[in-house]
Design a protein around this ligand. Structure first.
Ligand SMILES: C[S@@+](CC[C@H](N)C(=O)[O-])C[C@H]1O[C@@H](n2cnc3c(N)ncnc32)[C@H](O)[C@@H]1O
Length: 201
């Protein structure tokens, strides 16, 4: 089973760590994303792997499109967030000034990220997740957490360079003694496209 098939049939499980409320991160992620996006002066945003849409309110309704492979999550998003657009992810090029991947890429293998990046037409890509290979694990879903240098190399082959990095403690993990030997910050990595031609979309 591919990762895409796994997520497509997972219902609402594994979207966020369970038992820690809507924001296990321990802060309102939407405020951080809103501020990052506004600094980029965006007119459109695609939330790649939007899940049930919990982050859509970071962005203006008319600028937002959430895409995901999980129909059940998209149905819930549509019910919960009136006026926001959500669509099933398709293997076709789509343009937005900003792409966001919040806790999505860590669940994808390099080759799946390359495939996704080939369809992303954008000026900026925000990847937000916990960095650190010490988090890698097998299982369902698997985790392929990377170091910052891994992302810099991986994205450079798609003409994306690191533009900005913000970090905040991820409460669900930072508050647990069990994880003291691991990085428990969540990083918000803003990558900028060196060349961008929206007409290609
Ligand atoms: C850990 S959840 C995060 C959901 C959301 N970003 C959030 O933070 O609430 C990962 C999401 O990525 C989606 N996903 C996984 N692979 C995908 C792909 N190839 N294209 C689009 N969405 C994908 C999954 O269905 C799932 O909703």
């Amino acid at each position: 089973m591919s990762h895409e098939q796994f997520w497509a049939q997972e219902g609402l499980s594994h979207m966020i760590p369970s038992g820690f409320g809507e924001f296990p991160e321990g802060f309102d992620v939407r405020e951080v994303l809103k501020s990052l996006a506004e600094d980029l002066n965006y007119r459109s945003v695609i939330d790649f792997g939007c899940g049930y849409g919990r982050l859509c309110e970071s962005f203006a309704k008319e600028k937002y499109l959430g895409i995901d492979v999980n129909k059940e999550a998209l149905e819930m998003a549509e019910k919960k967030y009136e006026g926001y657009r959500f669509e099933l992810s398709q293997p076709k090029p789509l343009y937005a000034d900003i792409y966001l991947a919040h806790t999505v890429f860590l669940h994808l293998q390099d080759k799946e990220i390359h495939e996704a990046l080939r369809q992303m037409r954008c000026k900026y890509l925000i990847i937000s997740e916990i960095l650190g290979k010490e988090w890698r694990r097998e299982g369902l879903p698997p985790a392929y957490n990377r170091n910052l240098s891994d992302y810099v190399t991986l994205l450079r082959s798609h003409d994306l360079i690191l533009h900005r990095e913000e970090k905040k403690p991820y409460k669900r993990y930072a508050d647990t003694a069990f994880y003291t030997h691991k990085n428990t910050d969540i990083s918000f990595l803003v990558f900028k496209k060196l060349s961008c031609n929206p007409k290609m979309s």
